[in-house]
Design a protein around this ligand. Structure first.
Ligand code: GLP
Length: 245
């Protein structure tokens, strides 16, 4: 596990975007695993800037997103489908058919999750998976105590996640109670993993996840066992971790 410490959110975003850009340049038809949440917004802005400068070409790139709320139509501005189009897909020359997000409107959860897992496998797996980090250590929507072996599945969101995500909705009651998410087992199959994290409010969970024991109580801790993980964190997020200056 490599940890890069950056001065602030801006530098974290630039470094993360450079790592993703390197992947796109080295393998123009790569499969990018993408994430939502507030953390990756700056990274996507930097990728768009790279595209606008003419440094990046997404015409052959394929993407798979980590997760989606169950029951939200794609045109709802809080769906992750909508988020990805707004922050990245509609701003670069990616082919819409090459982008994939679990379909939260599919009522048969098992069928949709099996389809999504098979889709990832049929694409040859994920070359690099971008991840954020939830305050309780969740990655994707794999909440504490999720099995490390799980593939794409339907989850019940915890109260703390509903609480954290309610800022994007009119009220906590509007936050969907379930989501479809790649499982920890799916995430661990990615060839490379890039986790980004920013801010003092994540400092406790960063210390637990990457400097504490590997335990299902802290889902992100499993990343310690992946053989190619890069963490890009700003100094505030690392302020409670035993890391060299
Ligand atoms: C959400 C997403 C995660 C994300 C996390 C942190 O619930 N499902 O993929 O990493 O919460 O979000 P943020 O970056 O806004 O702190």
């Amino acid at each position: 596990m490599k940890i890069y410490k950056t001065a602030d959110y801006k530098e974290m975003s630039r470094k993360a975007a450079n790592i993703l850009a390197a992947q796109v340049i080295l393998k123009p038809d790569c499969v990018l695993g993408l994430a939502t949440g507030s953390t990756p917004i700056g990274t996507y802005d930097e990728l768009v800037a790279g595209y606008e400068k003419g440094d990046l070409d997404f015409s052959e790139v394929k993407t798979v997103n980590l997760d989606e709320y169950r029951g939200l139509p794609r045109d709802n501005d809080q769906s992750y489908y909508y988020f990805m189009h707004e922050h990245l897909f509609d701003r670069v020359n990616i082919v819409a058919e090459n982008t994939h997000v679990p379909d939260g409107t599919q009522e048969d959860a098992q069928q949709e999750c099996d389809r999504y897992e098979a889709l990832i496998d049929s694409m040859g797996g994920v070359d690099i998976q971008l991840l954020g980090l939830g305050h309780n250590g969740h990655i994707g929507f794999n909440e504490p105590d999720a099995s490390f072996a799980q593939r794409t599945h339907c989850v019940d969101l915890t109260e703390s996640t509903i609480e954290a995500n309610k800022r994007f909705f009119a009220s906590a009651d509007d936050v969907p109670r379930q989501a479809y998410t790649m499982g920890i087992g799916t995430i661990m199959k990615a060839k490379k993993i890039l986790l980004i994290v920013s801010g003092e409010d994540k400092a406790d969970i960063v210390a637990k996840a990457f400097f504490g024991p590997v335990t299902p109580e802290v889902p992100a801790s499993i990343l310690q066992l992946h053989n190619d993980v890069v963490i890009v964190a700003d100094s505030a997020a690392l302020s409670k971790s035993p890391i060299q200056e």
